[in-house]
Design a protein around this ligand. Sequence first.
Ligand SMILES: [Zn+2]
Length: 138
Amino acid sequence: MRGYFKLENKKRVVKIEMDEETYQLWLATKAKLGEAKDASAIKKLCESQVERPQKKVRQAPTTRIAGVVLRRELLKQAEHQCQYVGQNGRRCENRHFLQADHKVPYFLGGKTVQQNMRVLCQQHNALVYQNLREQNLF
Ligand SMILES: [Zn+2]
């Protein structure tokens, strides 16, 4: 994971883990917005993810579940390996029970588009979910 963004959600500060690409996008979005609040920057980030064209995947970005085509693309992109990178910088080597995961969570406005999706093994998906849960995000 590259970094975090903070979001005030119901008076709590929320930290979301991001990969390098999302992190850069986030920084660029924040820079564009100047002093704007993180929440509105997240909104812009999510919108910008939708603006980028998706060639093969024809799925509404607001649908929560990744469809067959999107899943196939994600798996191909991930070379059928979990994309979780630990704090030691090493990527998980698990290749079984891979699940599609939203980098920016769906309930925070993250879209079901290739740029916002990654594949995680069951354990890491559960870990990410648990981290969000510990922050009382839902
Ligand atoms: Zn994993």
